[in-house]
Design a protein around this ligand. Structure first.
Ligand code: SF4
Ligand code: SF4
Length: 281
């Protein structure tokens, strides 16, 4: 299990612990300010991610010092983890309300309002401090004429949308807003700033999932649908075998490949029980 499970989950999956979504965590003024600024000033996030290119040009010995500092800072403020749909469903068993809101990352990287982020709360939407903080920013993309405001959804409606997004190849991730408070589940691809930071710039800001995928060669017919949706380049195709195989160290355990496989050839295994990757996060 990842270090957040140890620190914030008492040895269980940290994102399945209701206390990490508790409304009273939002009485912390530092956390409220962080969320407010995160939503109000998306260009700051872009500037931070752009700055990583400069850091990557530094001599290796300097990077060896700078990268852990950066990553540890992210772990304390805004850090994520990939999770499969069945764990999203478990979260939805105990949270009370879901608010769909525009994705800051897509706002930055594509320049349009795209609704891939879902704020979660343990209280009804009208009492949600998170919603109030979001609205208090006055940001155009949250309140503007083209956004229709923030959308309150039932949990069932949200899950239907999550399943649909899986079919489109988007994977799910949970996010802290001053750890350990979890404020949202997002649906991500390469437009996600966390993906850019983690995969392209070698500054990880999200853990791999608690799982790792495996393809059953007896069931696989080599159609390669799974390869087309894997955002992490973890699936290889063998022309000789006419089958795919999954590279465990590259797999983030999102389960999107599984959703695309009509032969039910892909399963997710508990990462901690796969020795080759049990310590790779
Ligand atoms: S989608 Fe399923 S059947 Fe097709 S290549 Fe992948 S594992 Fe094999
Ligand atoms: S191989 Fe791993 S990372 Fe790629 S889609 Fe499947 S579960 Fe996700």
């Amino acid at each position: 299990m990842c270090e957040f499970c140890v620190k914030h989950g008492e040895g269980e999956k940290w994102y399945l612990q209701a206390q990490n979504y508790a409304e009273d965590l939002l009485s912390d003024l530092r956390r409220r300010k962080f969320i407010h600024n995160f939503l109000k000033y998306p260009e700051k996030l872009r500037a931070e991610v752009d700055k990583l290119d400069d850091l990557n040009r530094l001599p290796a010995f300097v990077q060896a010092v700078v990268k852990p500092v950066f990553v540890n800072r992210a772990k304390k403020s805004h850090y994520g983890q990939v999770l499969p749909l069945e764990d999203v469903e478990k979260i939805f068993e105990f949270i009370t309300s879901v608010t769909r809101l525009p994705c800051i990352c897509r706002q930055i990287s594509v320049g349009t309002e795209q609704r891939y982020c879902y704020a979660l709360s343990m209280v009804p939407p009208e009492d949600s401090q998170l919603g109030k903080i979001a609205r208090s920013t006055g940001a155009d993309y949250l309140n503007g004429p083209h956004t229709g405001g923030l959308e309150e959804l039932s949990k069932e409606e949200a899950l239907i949308q999550f399943r649909e997004m899986e079919k489109q190849g988007l994977f799910h991730s949970v996010w802290t807003f001053v750890t350990p408070f979890i404020g949202s589940i997002c649906n991500c691809d390469h437009d996600c700033m966390a993906m850019k930071s983690t995969l392209k710039k070698s500054f990880p800001v999200m853990f791999r999932g608690e799982y790792v995928a495996e393809a059953n060669a007896d069931l696989c017919n080599g159609c390669r649908s799974c390869m087309r949706v894997c955002q992490f380049g973890a699936i290889n195709y063998s022309l000789a075998n006419e089958r795919v195989s999954i590279d465990p160290p590259r797999c983030f355990g999102c389960g999107i490949c599984r959703a695309s496989c009509e032969r039910d050839a892909i399963t997710l295994n508990d990462r901690s029980k796969v020795p080759a990757v049990a310590d790779i996060w």
